[in-house]
Design a protein around this ligand. Structure first.
Ligand code: IMP
Ligand code: MG
Length: 172
C-alpha cells in the first residue's frame, strides 16, 4: 500500500515558476542561452518555465539512465541521448526536476562542461534537504523540500504519475 500527500499544490508551483523566471529574465536579459532539460522528469517544469521567459532561447534535451531500482540513485550514469545543439561558446542552463543525491546532475554538468560552453548554470525546480558527498552550486532553485520520495509534475514512480499536476510525497 502506498499513500500520496500533496506537498506543493498548483498555486505554489506557479509561484515558484514565476520566481525562477524572474531571476532568469533579470540575469539573461540581452542574452540568448540554451536550456538543456534532463529527461524525462524535467519536461513539465521546462515547459512551464520557458513560457515565462522574456529572452530568446533554444531548447534541447539530454537523457541519462542510471542503474539500480527506481526509487534510489545508484550513481552509475550513462548518457542515452546527447544534446543535438552545439553549445560551444554558448550560455547554457541545465534544467533539472529534483536534486536528490546530485549524482545525475554532477555527471551531466561535467559532461556538458567538456563541450566548452561560455557559461553553464544549474536550475533545479526542487532540491532535497540531504547531505551530499559532492557539493555543487545550484544557481536557481524553486523549493528546498524534505528528503522524501515525490511524484507528479513530471516525476515518476516506475514511469507512472508524471501527469499529476501537484507534487506529492509518496509513502510506502
Ligand atoms: P539524483 O541523481 O539522486 O540527484 O537523482 C536523479 C534523478 O532521479 C532525478 O533527476 C529525478 O528524475 C529522479 N528522482 C530523484 N528523486 C526522486 C523522487 O523523489 N521522485 C521521483 N524521481 C526522483
Ligand atoms: Mg526518474
Amino acid at each position: 500500500m502506498t499513500r500520496k500527500k500533496v506537498l506543493l499544490g498548483k498555486r505554489e508551483i506557479k509561484k515558484g515558476i514565476k520566481r525562477i523566471a524572474g531571476q532568469l529574465n533579470n540575469d539573461y536579459n540581452n542574452k540568448s542561452p540554451i536550456l538543456v532539460g534532463i529527461l524525462k522528469g524535467a519536461f513539465v517544469f521546462l515547459a512551464d518555465l520557458v513560457r515565462e521567459l522574456t529572452f530568446p532561447t533554444k531548447i534541447d534535451f539530454i537523457s541519462v539512465s542510471s542503474y539500480g531500482d527506481s526509487t534510489r540513485s545508484s550513481g552509475v550514469v550513462k548518457i542515452t541521448r546527447d544534446i543535438s545543439i552545439d553549445i560551444e561558446g554558448e550560455d547554457v542552463i541545465l534544467i533539472e526536476d529534483v536534486i536528490d543525491t546530485g549524482l545525475t546532475l554532477s555527471f551531466i554538468y561535467d559532461f556538458l562542461k567538456r563541450k566548452n560552453p561560455k557559461s553553464l548554470r544549474i536550475c533545479a525546480f526542487l532540491e532535497k534537504k540531504v547531505e551530499r558527498a559532492k557539493k555543487f552550486k545550484v544557481d536557481y532553485r524553486g523549493f528546498l523540500i524534505p528528503n522524501k520520495y515525490i511524484v507528479g509534475y513530471g516525476l515518476d514512480f516506475s514511469e507512472r504519475l508524471r501527469n499529476l499536476p501537484e507534487i506529492n510525497t509518496m509513502e510506502f
